[in-house]
Design a protein around this ligand. Structure first.
Ligand code: SAM
Length: 256
């Protein structure tokens, strides 16, 4: 059954990007993902269809008014009983672990803020979870919602041509030769030609020896993770084979 995804946004056209392109479009066209956009402006009651107002206590900028948001969420709940996630720089940080968790839900509602954010009473009464895509401030939650949609879409059953690709991505669990809680960065990838601007594809990848290829990929993933994101390795204990691979990686790097 398709994942039922609703997005609350005053800029629905921005979502043409995920509706019309790439893996998210494929997920929608194949029936794995049902995406519906809800515009709070359609739920306003005043002549100007205002969705924003001045903040109590003063201060710069405007806020999203509670009533159009409440009416929008209450209306969509009849079609989508999923948890409401407010995209916010104050939320828990989005990680692959969170994406995997969300991708398993049958239904989900994403709420994109604008201006200086939304009236706190909407957070209290209608938001189940707040998610941030990083420690920086965007002008709206739409791009953050699209980040979530893209990352979920590639995990939905039948969407990727080869489902193993998602398991082997950075931060995923199913790395060849690694145990189940091993979160590593991806290994380097190469395609044709064999030599490009004088740089050759590593010989092992041309050897056809699948055991050696797996060993090399695990070594690269471990080495890269240690060099770039050491905290990911610090979260877990390496086994003897992984320690040996890291040593070989270091030795090879020192000889480059
Ligand atoms: N005043 C808010 C604060 O400092 O927490 C920021 C409001 S921001 C200008 C407007 C909207 O962009 C927010 O309501 C939120 O939906 C979205 N947004 C901004 N940064 C984000 C981030 N890092 N992750 C997710 N959503 C973000």
């Amino acid at each position: 059954m398709a994942m039922n995804l609703s997005v609350v946004t005053i800029f629905p056209r921005m979502f043409d990007a995920v509706l019309e392109h790439g893996i998210s479009a494929r997920a929608i066209n194949s029936g794995a993902l049902a995406l519906k956009l809800w515009n709070p402006r359609d739920f306003t009651t005043d002549r100007h269809r205002a969705v924003d107002d001045r903040p109590y206590g003063g201060g710069a900028g405007m806020l999203m008014k509670p009533l159009p948001l409440a009416r929008t969420i209450d209306a969509l709940k009849a079609e989508n009983p999923g948890p409401v996630i407010y995209l916010s720089p104050q939320g828990e940080k989005l990680e692959q672990r969170v994406v995997t968790e969300l991708a398993e839900l049958p239904a989900l509602v994403l709420l994109a803020g604008r201006y200086e954010g939304i009236d706190e009473r909407i957070v209290e009464s209608r938001v189940e979870r707040e998610i941030s895509i990083g420690d920086y401030v965007l002008s709206g939650g739409e791009l953050a919602a699209m980040v979530i949609i893209e990352s979920i879409a590639r995990l939905l059953p039948g969407v990727l041509g080869n489902p193993q690709s998602a398991h082997e991505d950075s931060f995923s669990n199913g790395f060849v030769g690694a145990d189940s809680d091993c979160r590593l960065l991806d290994y380097p990838h190469y395609t044709r030609p064999e030599i490009f601007e004088g740089r050759a594809v590593p010989e092992v990848l041309r050897s056809g020896d699948h055991r050696q290829i797996q060993r090399w990929r695990l070594m690269q993933a471990l080495g890269r993770t240690q060099a770039r994101r050491p905290e990911l390795l610090a979260e877990r204990e390496l086994d003897a084979q992984q320690i040996a691979l890291l040593k070989t990686y270091q030795l090879e790097k020192n000889h480059e």
